[in-house]
Design a protein around this ligand. Sequence first.
Ligand SMILES: [Ca+2]
Ligand SMILES: [Ca+2]
Length: 97
Amino acid sequence: MKSQLEKAMESLITVFHNYSGREGDKHKLSKMEMKSLLQGELSDFLTESKDPLVVDKIMKDLDENHDGEVDFQEFVVLVAALTMACNDFFLQQNANN
Ligand SMILES: [Ca+2]
Ligand SMILES: [Ca+2]
């Protein structure tokens, strides 16, 4: 029986590879794959930012080693940042109630 956190970690890995395996390097997200991942998994986040260049910006921010692709390590940074933002929102909501 897996814990909730273990399941969450497994989901992260599965989601990443669902998209990273579509073209080029199987273990890295190209810009196209990144875009599909954002549209498929984080569409609310994408809709909220009206910036048409948002995918380019995210890619640039995440691509620490400047190889033009996002590897798992770089992807986890995005998830961690978004999770922290959600947590702040959650805490705020709770404080208001
Ligand atoms: Ca790929
Ligand atoms: Ca990279």
